[in-house]
Design a protein around this ligand. Structure first.
Ligand code: ADP
Ligand code: MG
Length: 222
């Protein structure tokens, strides 16, 4: 059974022209695989990934997560599902600059109700894994771009997610930090069997994935 199964997804934003952003897109994602979603800017990649990750709802179509209908869940049940199963690595970092690195990484554990001591231990373990243990007490705002992206990865991983969704994870990074981030993501996929869903227009990054899905004008093309 696929972890995520999307069938005939369409999305129309309620804007003036109401052109479909996605039209009849279907995709099954197996546990442990890495899938790159590639396409030009504006082709609908992020919209599709947000729908796969239950962050947005399709206009029509179906979405199953572990065989269960995700479109029937309440927003509260979806929050809990995302917190338990998914990790997010988005380009807009959504870090809290006025909190320390440690507190940023520990936040998903606060939401999950994990006790303080365990939160600190796990957050520090993750900071160490991404090479930021020295920066644990620094405010997130004071980190460099590459460090912020690694911090986002540490935060995405701290809950031991089954699936990581990454939207242009190397988009803002120089070559060196891009490689660090890429090595981290694929290392995890291999070591822990994490499923990776990566939106990118970087063909080198896409080549590292088990499978590449091309989106053009809101449709999957061969
Ligand atoms: P990509 O990630 O491939 O660059 P997006 O999924 O972000 O593409 O956007 C696809 C299209 O949908 C674009 O034309 C974009 O302007 C439009 N779009 C994205 N989000 C919204 C929104 N919230 N409201 C209206 N239009 C949107
Ligand atoms: Mg995008």
């Amino acid at each position: 059974m696929p972890v995520i199964s999307a069938k005939e997804i369409s999305k129309i934003y309620e804007t003036a022209d109401a052109t479909p952003v996605l039209s009849g897109v279907s995709l099954d994602i197996a546990k442990g695989e890495s899938v790159a979603i590639i396409g030009k800017s504006g082709s609908g990649k992020s919209t599709f990934m947000h729908i796969l990750a239950t962050l947005d709802k399709p206009t029509t179509g179906s979405l199953e997560i572990d065989g269960a209908d995700a479109l029937k869940l309440s927003s509260r049940a979806l929050d809990s599902l995302r917190n338990r199963k998914f990790g997010f690595v988005f380009q807009q970092f959504f870090l809290n600059g006025r909190d320390t690195s440690l507190d940023n990484v520990a936040l998903p554990l606060v939401i999950a109700g994990v006790p303080l001591g365990e939160r600190r231990r796990k957050a520090l373990e993750m900071l160490t894994a991404v090479g930021l243990s020295e920066q644990a007490k620094m405010l997130a705002a004071n980190l460099s771009g590459g460090q912020k992206q690694r911090l986002v990865i540490a935060r995405a991983l701290v809950t031991d997610p089954e699936v990581i969704f990454a939207d242009e994870p190397t988009g803002n990074l120089d070559t060196e930090n891009g490689k660090i981030v890429t090595d981290l993501l694929f290392g995890l996929q291999k070591e822990k069997g994490i499923t990776l869903v990566i939106v990118t227009h970087d063909t080198d990054l896409a080549k590292l994935c088990d499978r590449v899905v091309h989106i053009k004008d809101g449709r999957i093309v061969a």
